[in-house]
Design a binder for this molecule. Structure first.
Ligand code: SF4
Ligand code: SF3
Length: 552
């Protein structure tokens, strides 16, 4: 196995990456190898999807399948070898179908079809064991390439994974776009070609960022069309007496289905992790039995799910071993999420989850409520903009800090809590992603009625933060990088990588990321990104804060 895609990757002086029998996330070598083989097959599908499109042949089923199956290879999404092997076989079937359609179209047009080698022709073995023997050709560090080229390839591969995940989140909400899918296939196929051209790889990384901007706009449209625009909302973070279901991950459509199917059944529904922002959407908060948020970010799930006296549903990343917390029999996976032995809910029927919650004890008492405020996505931010601008003009607000991204369990991540509590009192803090749990239960007060902590939403709601920055830039008639806006992103997995690529592709400079640099970025690449974009890794709060306030 070789995997270096997340922040917790193994780092050694000889090189970074999980490459033994198991990754730090618990992913076994067999799972990792099957994921790589799956990606290899998906690249073959995309290569023929590009060719078929030359003849106007577009298969929406394929356009859905490729990003969805690619999503299964993100950190902490799918640990189930049987399902991964199944996706790889399905990819082969789709590839062969597209290839046949393309060849037939070429023949009809009197052209000679292009033969796509490697990913275009590999035939998978029938058994999983034999498939694993084929895996070495698909490893992401295959071949003998310069480490900087490998780093750039991985930046593209992991960035596109993040974009694929958001595409699938958008598709669930009926947002698809054949042009976006076509551009996605082009990049997916290109990555499979193992380019050694640094400029081309770098340009592709920027293209991925731009593609993801379009995808985040689609996802935003899907979420707001389905559930309305988030509005500032007080949310209880304590438990309420009664039977209970906890819904984690990013997929709000699943939450809606669960809310509909628990109506009138005396079951309280709670959000967890990245589902917290759902509580601010009118079409979700209207359900009185959606009672609040329980727990915090993904890395605490073994303890939090372990003590939750009800059923748990994991709708997307990030899942970790449920057997450690002893709740494998009452957690359910959805969509591309998988854990061997855990019940996977297909279709729209959550009755087994409801029955499980009814059979479990539930909370015996009401806890004393602790309220936090959420719901500052773009519409709410724009509504507050005139007051904010007035306060900027009269000097009451001097700086904006965007502190957000992924959470994780490294102790160095206290940096983000310390930074949020150290910024000057005349600063507004914007946050998003599960990284917000490092400080979202603290009290930050307000500036002339504007809350100092504005929770924008999930990691994909970086789209809303970008809209605010663009609006402020227009109001103050300056470049986006001249705004008193400082971005400090915590990263863990590939969605954060693609959000970063989006920001860079939009020309946003001087972003800080932490708590460490990605393991696949070599010193040379980090230097190039710093020279071109001012991108740098966090150091200590005092040094970074001083530099940011002096616009460094
Ligand atoms: Fe290692 Fe992260 Fe890959 Fe898991 S996802 S194997 S921890 S790099
Ligand atoms: Fe969190 Fe996994 Fe990334 Fe959506 S849920 S931000 S880590």
């Amino acid at each position: 196995m070789f995997c270096v895609q997340c922040e917790q990757t193994i780092r050694t002086p000889e090189g970074n990456g999980c490459s033994y029998t198991q990754g730090m996330c618990g992913k076994l070598a067999s799972t990792s190898d099957l994921q790589d083989l799956l990606i290899y097959m998906l690249q073959g599908v995309s290569a023929y999807a590009v060719k078929a499109r030359e003849f106007g042949i577009v298969n929406p089923e394929v356009d859905t399948f490729v990003p969805k199956a690619f999503f299964a290879t993100l950190t902490n999404v799918n640990f189930d070898d049987d399902r991964l092997a199944g996706y790889a076989q399905q990819a082969q079937a789709y590839r062969d179908e597209l290839k046949a359609a393309y060849v037939a179209a070429c023949e009809a047009a009197g052209q000679t079809p292009v033969v796509i080698a490697n990913q275009g022709e590999l035939n998978l073995a029938a058994s999983q064991l034999e498939m694993l023997e084929q895996a070495p050709i698909a490893l992401p560090n295959r071949g003998d390439v310069h480490e900087d080229i490998l780093g750039l390839r991985l930046l593209c591969l992991y960035g596109l994974k993040g974009a694929a995940a958001y595409m699938e989140h958008a598709r669930v909400l009926d947002q698809t776009d054949a042009e976006v899918a076509g551009d996605f296939h082009k990049i997916m196929a290109f990555i499979g070609e193992d380019s050694v051209d640094a400029d081309q790889l770098f340009a592709t990384a920027m293209e991925i960022g731009q593609l993801n901007y379009r995808i985040m706009a689609m996802l935003d449209a899907g979420e707001t069309a389905s559930f309305g625009h988030p509005e500032p909302t007080q949310v209880n973070t304590k438990s309420v007496k009664g039977k209970a279901i906890l819904v984690s991950g990013h997929d709000m459509k699943d939450l809606e289905l669960i809310l509909q199917q628990t109506e009138g059944k005396d079951i309280n529904v709670y959000t967890h992790g990245e589902m917290l922002p759902a509580l601010a959407y009118p079409e979700l908060k209207k359900y009185p039995h959606l009672v609040g948020n329980y727990g915090s970010a993904w890395q605490n799930q073994q303890q939090e799910f372990g003590t939750f006296p009800g059923a748990v549903v994991m709708t997307s990343n990030c899942i970790i071993d449920p057997n450690v917390g002893d709740y494998a029999d009452r957690i359910y996976t959805r969509s591309i999420v998988g854990w061997p032995g855990v019940t996977h809910v297909e279709g729209d029927d959550f009755s087994q989850v409801v029955e499980k919650a009814q059979a479990l004890e539930g909370f015996k008492y009401d806890e004393i409520p602790h309220m936090i405020t959420i719901g500052f996505a773009h519409n709410a931010l724009m509504a507050a903009a005139p007051t904010v601008v007035e306060n900027v003009k009269n000097g009451s607000i001097k700086n904006f800090f965007l502190i957000g991204g992924c959470d994780g369990d490294k102790t160095e991540r206290s940096y983000f809590t310390d930074l949020a509590t150290s910024v000057p009192d005349d600063s507004i803090i914007l946050t998003l992603g599960c990284g917000k749990y490092k400080f979202n239960k603290l009290e930050f007060g307000d500036i002339n009625g504007v809350p100092r902590l504005l929770d924008i939403g999930q990691c994909n709601d970086a789209y809303s933060a970008i809209q605010l920055a663009l609006a402020l830039k227009d109001i103050f008639e300056c470049d986006i990088n001249e705004l008193p806006l400082h971005l400090v992103l915590s990263w863990f997995e590939q969605k954060a990588i693609v959000v970063l690529l989006t920001l860079l592709s939009l020309g946003v400079k001087n972003i800080r990321t932490g708590p460490s640099a990605p393991g696949f970025l070599t010193e040379n690449l980090a230097k190039i990104l710093e020279d071109q974009f001012g991108l740098r890794t966090t150091t200590d709060v005092a040094t970074d804060l001083n530099a940011m306030l002096n616009k460094g």
